[in-house]
Write a protein that binds this ligand. Sequence first.
Ligand SMILES: Cc1cc2nc3c(=O)[nH]c(=O)nc-3n(C[C@H](O)[C@H](O)[C@H](O)COP(=O)(O)OP(=O)(O)OC[C@H]3O[C@@H](n4cnc5c(N)ncnc54)[C@H](O)[C@@H]3O)c2cc1C
Length: 275
Amino acid sequence: MDRRHFISTGSVLLAAGSPVAWADDDKKKRTTRPAPSPTPTPTPTPGTIKNRVIVIGGGMAGATVAKYLRLWGNGIAVTLIERETSYVSNIMSSLVLSGQRTMASLTYNYSKLISTYGVTVVKGDVTEIDTTKLRVTVTSGTSKTFLDADRIVIAPGIDFEEVKGLGTSDRMPHAWKAGPQTTLLASQLAALPSNGTGSIILTIPKAPYRCPPGPYERACLIGDWLKAKKPGYVLTVLDANEKFKQKRTISSRPLQCMASSIFPIKRCLVSTPTR
Ligand SMILES: Cc1cc2nc3c(=O)[nH]c(=O)nc-3n(C[C@H](O)[C@H](O)[C@H](O)COP(=O)(O)OP(=O)(O)OC[C@H]3O[C@@H](n4cnc5c(N)ncnc54)[C@H](O)[C@@H]3O)c2cc1C
């Protein structure tokens, strides 16, 4: 479904990606806010409550919204609609390329949201939102279900903008979304002959794009890994941005790695737009 069409009629709420942690995982929380009570307000009986919230998309944003609406919402009934059965975190996914994380360690299911927080999770694809009736159409295979709400939160994330020559090609996996492409890219890197030589090319599109420092972190991880495991290779980074993109709050080490010569990384500025 076209994203603009999806939200065009929306007198609904848009949830931005949460940078803190997965909603299931309080232990990894990095904020200094006091921990919320782990006991959500009682689950209301279906059909008897006015405050029904539907959250579309069970990524970091949607799952976090769903959890805290249940914790702090004073009895709000929350239904989370997600097209996948589990969620793979993009965060840390570049570590799969250097063999430091497994895909399994980045994969989360929705069981805790259901059992601990009382969120109703519906698997399916939201294909239509009627903002007059506040009704959501959920498509699963050939069947359609209609769900009514008092409020709707839209948190479907973003989609990939096709780049000519890249696309979803298996020859050049971009691995922008953690999943099968991440595994494929990791296996392609691992398959390089240990005593071989050559160049690996990584492109960085012109900002804005998801997770600005991500490609630089990825470049440094691959560069570090090449130096140790495949010393005959150089990573050539074609960067459409003159300045590095970085997080203000964390270490600038990846950027120092890119700028120094400790890793076999060659950064080239490209002036033609790559997105
Ligand atoms: C390689 C990489 C590394 C990153 N590293 C970091 C990092 O270190 N720190 C950081 O803060 N951020 C990082 N990010 C960014 C972070 O992943 C995103 O900001 C975050 O995932 C956004 O969360 P979201 O919930 O908005 O979207 P998503 O995580 O994309 O979740 C959207 C969910 O909605 C579902 N969905 C979409 N449409 C529908 C529909 N029609 N019906 C039903 N379900 C639907 C999708 O299946 C998905 O589960 C990184 C990103 C990448 C690509």
